[in-house]
Design a protein around this ligand. Structure first.
Ligand SMILES: [Zn+2]
Length: 279
């Protein structure tokens, strides 16, 4: 089992230290495993697609598709009361987990939930009607601002384009972050994203493997090429090392980035990345 670089108290101490530098112009990002990231800027924090429970391990325990964890949980979601906004890019449990979002929302009373507009009734069913007042539904191309973060929903294809799948381009201070959600490459993707002038792209690398009976994503080489073609200043891979049956090595991603001259950062779970504003 992989131990997070920073976990529980050590992780929260690192977050608190970063938030205490509220005058810093830097963007601070931690990988929480799978597609989960904590992003803080000037003391304000956003969570992308957190999965911080064993909901899937329990759900599939007695099936022929066991979801055995490879990496320990970074932090108890009940301790993330510091976040002001959370995303769910689509309805799969590794991106929409009641056992993660329930404790977060119990601790973060004001926190909002940004979601694809097409998923409002599904997410209401999963999280309960009382969660609805937190919803910030976005259809493709729509924008909304929560605190210092402005979200724009962009298309995602997991593996088909559909309104139930989204990526989000988030503007905070001078930074643009692209969290693709689960997606493969689709026609027009680069043209849609290149004008967004992305500073940091957060992209899956687990690829397509029909024998795993899960919807596919970009593989490492595709993620590197996408980041390069949209002009992302830096790219971080994700969606691996959570479940034994559905993982990938970041080696081909790193090699492709090197060939392209694309800046990348491979984080370990619980590890911090600090990004300076573009010169
Ligand atoms: Zn996923």
């Amino acid at each position: 089992m992989i131990r997070p670089v920073l976990q529980d108290d050590a992780f929260l101490a690192d977050v608190a230290a970063a938030r205490a530098e509220a005058s810093s112009p830097r963007l601070v990002v931690w990988w929480l495993g799978q597609s989960g990231f904590l992003v803080c800027y000037r003391g304000e924090c956003l969570l992308f697609d957190p999965y911080l429970s064993d909901a899937l391990t329990k759900k599939y325990a007695t099936t022929d598709k066991p979801h055995l964890r490879m990496t320990e949980r970074v932090v108890d979601p009940a301790r993330l009361g510091l976040v002001s906004v959370v995303t769910t890019s689509h309805n799969h449990t590794d991106h929409l987990d009641a056992e993660t979002l329930g404790p977060i929302f119990a601790a973060a009373l004001q926190a909002k939930l940004v979601l694809p507009a097409a998923n409002v009734s599904f997410v209401t069913q999963r999280l309960g009607a009382e969660a609805r007042e937190r919803f910030v539904p976005l259809a493709e191309g729509e924008r909304a601002t929560v605190g210092g973060f402005t979200f724009e929903a962009v298309p995602a294809a997991h593996e088909e384009l559909a309104p139930e799948y989204a990526g989000f381009v988030v503007t905070v201070g001078p930074f643009r972050i692209y969290h693709s959600g689960d997606t493969v490459r689709f026609p027009g993707m680069v043209e849609r994203l290149r004008p967004c002038a992305v500073d940091l792209a957060l992209l899956p690398i687990n690829g397509r493997a029909p024998e795993r009976r899960v919807s596919g994503n970009l593989d490492g080489v595709e993620a590197a090429h996408l980041a390069y073609e949209i002009g992302a200043r830096c790219v971080v891979p994700c969606h691996y090392e959570l479940f034994e049956f559905n993982t990938a090595s970041p080696a081909s991603f790193v090699a492709a980035c090197a060939r392209l001259g694309q800046r990348c950062a491979v984080l370990r779970a619980g590890e911090r990345l600090t990004l300076d504003p573009a010169p």
